[in-house]
Design a protein around this ligand. Structure first.
Ligand SMILES: *Cc1c(COP(=O)(O)O)cnc(C)c1O
Length: 229
């Protein structure tokens, strides 16, 4: 119990410090506690410590936890949604971080229409071409935005990226800066604000905040190391 409580407290202090260091306010930054692989009891400890938002990356693992935990708990989907899971996932998550193709977003829009709900998404961008194999390339983004902005149920709230793995968190910084620049230029060209920037994990969230992150996704620094699978 004490560890999660202490870890959250420590991360919030680091968030506040990083925000202040770049002239921002900690209130502008949402912490998503990435609870993938962890059971409901563990998530409950974080809820008891005051953490409201959790991130999961597999629908089949997330749904039993969502059912088991209090209905006011806020869930973000941070993985890659397969098209056969869209119907199960919609309505369960406040925000979908990893949308990386227009077909998926169009399918989400159609099914959301059938269900009579709205869906908030972030477009995942592969800024560097190295890190993740997922994500729109920066060059593909303008056309993707043009296709997706007319959708009536799916709303693009911003962009998300994962920096390539590195021992040195400063390596992530230019990737995060590039995501912010891409957002600024897309917002200017489309007139659509794209307010959210989801960037930064346990090893590099301070760099994310310094470059303008509004959402950070932190797992192991809160819950400890995950078992390898
Ligand atoms: C697992 C995961 C995280 C959290 O990673 P940590 O290094 O444990 O903080 C963040 N974002 C995504 C997309 C993930 O899959």
């Amino acid at each position: 119990m004490r560890d999660i409580f202490q870890n959250l407290k420590c991360i919030k202090q680091r968030v506040a410090y990083a925000a202040e260091a770049s002239g921002r306010s900690a209130e502008q930054i949402k912490l998503v506690a990435v609870s993938k692989t962890h059971p409901p009891e563990t998530i409950h400890e974080a809820i008891a410590a005051g953490q409201p938002i959790f991130g999961e990356n597999r629908i089949q693992d997330a749904l039993p936890k969502i059912v088991a935990l209090p209905p006011e708990t806020i869930w973000h989907f941070i993985g890659h949604l397969q098209s056969n899971k869209v119907r199960k996932a919609l309505g369960r998550f406040l925000l979908f971080h990893g949308v990386d193709n227009t077909e998926l977003a169009c399918q989400m829009d159609r099914i959301a229409g059938e269900l009579g709900i709205n869906v908030q998404i972030l477009l995942e961008v592969n800024v560097s071409g190295e890190g993740s194999k997922y994500g729109f390339t920066p060059a593909d983004l303008p056309a993707a935005m043009e296709t997706l902005l007319p959708l009536t149920r799916v709303h693009i709230e911003g962009l998300m990226t994962m920096a390539p793995y590195s021992e040195n968190p400063e390596t992530a910084r230019p990737h995060f800066a590039r995501l912010r620049e891409l957002r600024d230029s897309l917002a200017r060209h489309t007139g659509h604000p794209l307010t959210e920037l989801s960037m930064g994990m346990s090893g590099d969230f301070e760099q994310g905040i310094a470059e303008g992150a509004t959402i950070i996704r932190v797992g192991s620094a809160i819950f400890g190391e995950r078992p390898l699978n």
